[in-house]
Ligand binder design. Structure first.
Ligand SMILES: [Zn+2]
Length: 136
């Protein structure tokens, strides 16, 4: 066989040209085993890239019915909070539902913090108001 680059005669089955060092990958020696086994030429994108058409219930868009009922379920006083925590931290929950639950939990947290702040800062005001109302 001959080198692709410098066209010098080289032994059959060579991986590198002894003259110029050109790697001889395009030449497939017939009837001989290549001394160095080449890695499989399967495109790596096929194995690593996610297939966009595959249906995954964890990442699939939620239906209108799901979006319709989620706030209703969440609005149930104690059950809603438990459901929110399960949705927010369970690994087997649809990502849309998970993100929705987390956003609602953030609102719950903000409400609690604001409620505590108001009760601390406005406690005297409310207390005096209630006292005024109670003494009437
Ligand atoms: Zn060469």
């Amino acid at each position: 066989m001959f080198c692709n680059k410098c066209a010098s005669r080289i032994p059959d089955g060579s991986v590198f040209c002894p003259e110029c060092g050109q790697k001889l990958t395009s030449e497939q020696p017939l009837g001989q085993n290549a001394p160095l086994r080449q890695p499989p030429t399967v495109p790596p994108t096929r194995a690593s890239a996610p297939v966009p058409s595959a249906y995954d219930p964890l990442t699939a868009p939620l239906s209108t019915a799901s979006f319709f009922w989620m706030p209703v379920i969440v609005a149930i006083p104690i059950v809603g909070l438990i459901v929110l925590l399960v949705w927010a931290f369970s690994k087997n929950t649809n990502v849309n539902r998970k993100h929705y639950a987390r956003s609602v939990l953030i609102w719950v947290l903000i409400s609690v913090i604001l409620g505590v702040l108001v009760s601390i800062l406005g406690g005297n005001l409310l207390g005096s108001l209630q006292g005024a109302l109670g003494s009437r």
